[in-house]
Design a protein around this ligand. Structure first.
Ligand code: BG6
Ligand code: MG
Length: 213
């Protein structure tokens, strides 16, 4: 028996390794603007929406950018990202992801997806797992990205489950903060030194054990 009534998953870096594709696309964009970009900096961008990520990168640039220039750069990054994900398939599911989703389903809990990525529906389709979710938040309808709780609260509301009965699963510092300020239990995927706000941290969904949280 689980004490939760719903599990709300993040997508990038939890269910599939698109976090790496975002990294590659941002790195090329940042370097085209003369901004140094590495894995440590990328950690701050995980879970942050497209324009928010761009602003963080351009804050290290020597020049100022107009709104139009920023939109063009965001489009450029997104086109590169879409090229990188265009060949994805079920082979790109991270270890344990399908088993975790199926376990939650078998226990009779509701399943939601809370990703701020506007490419989330495409990625789910490529992975072939769209129908495993009862509700997928459309990132285009979210006014405030992570760490704001809006996206996790919307998922809970649409699933008809109180926040305190939800388990949120995240690989990003901003994502864990979003789950915690929504009043949910946070399961971190990654390193406890990084995801310090999470209630429990596991290395990957291979270690997912619903009954132990
Ligand atoms: C998040 C990723 O899930 O989606 C971020 O962790 C990314 O790295 C964000 O920037 C927005 O994605 P997209 O596909 O809308 O540019
Ligand atoms: Mg993520």
């Amino acid at each position: 028996m689980s004490r939760f009534k719903a599990v709300i998953f993040d997508l990038d870096g939890v269910i599939t390794d698109t976090a790496h594709y975002h990294y590659l696309a941002w790195k090329r964009l940042a370097e085209s603007q003369g901004v140094h970009f590495d894995h440590a900096f990328n950690e701050n961008l995980k879970g942050i929406d497209r324009m928010g990520s761009l602003d963080l990168i351009l804050a290290s640039s020597k020049r100022a950018y107009t709104r139009e220039e920023k939109l063009a750069l965001a489009d450029e990054k997104n086109l590169h990202y879409q090229e990188l994900i265009s060949t994805m398939s079920a082979a790109d599911l991270l270890p344990g992801a399908v088993r975790a989703l199926d376990t939650v389903r078998a226990r009779g809990l509701r399943i939601g997806l809370a990703s701020v990525s506007k490419n989330a529906f495409t990625v789910l389709g490529r992975l072939g797992i769209t129908d495993k979710f009862d509700y997928v938040v459309d990132a285009a309808t979210i006014a405030r990205g992570k760490p704001d709780p809006e996206i996790f609260l919307k998922a809970a509301r649409e699933l008809g489950v109180a926040p305190e009965d939800c388990l949120g699963v995240e690989d990003a510092v901003a994502g864990v903060a979003s789950i915690k300020s929504a009043g949910m239990f946070a399961l971190g995927i990654g390193h406890p030194f990084v995801l310090t706000q999470a209630d429990v941290v596991i290395t990957s969904l291979s270690d997912f054990n619903l009954e132990s949280y």
